[in-house]
Unconditional design. Sequence first.
Length: 133
Amino acid sequence: WLGVMSEELGIELALDEEGVCALYIEDEDLLLIIELSEQDGLVHLYTKLHPLLFEDKKDAVLMQRALELNLFADGTRGGIIGFSPEINELIYSYSLPVEEEIRAEDFEDLVHSFAYTATEVKKDLATLRDVAE
């Protein structure tokens, strides 16, 4: 999958020794991580959305909006917004089974769709935080 994307994008994409590949999309200031979890048999796509410092009411507004977007996956197109306590960040993620029959071109479309949705969700949350200030 990554080989075909590498050819298409003109950059080298490969999993490192920990099963992780990072792709930075400069136009959207988005760092997309592709991670192979052999123990789960899953490929995870994820990216940071917004820090949460729990210092003011604005973070509660962001958490509420994140939960609204997650509801029935209406605003996340099947992905999940979660909170990582290790880095105090809202994270957007999508996972699929490794053994799932998916063509390289379909995986590339999935990554593009994921990046588009992540960008839209990130903008939504940033706008909401600006309004809450």
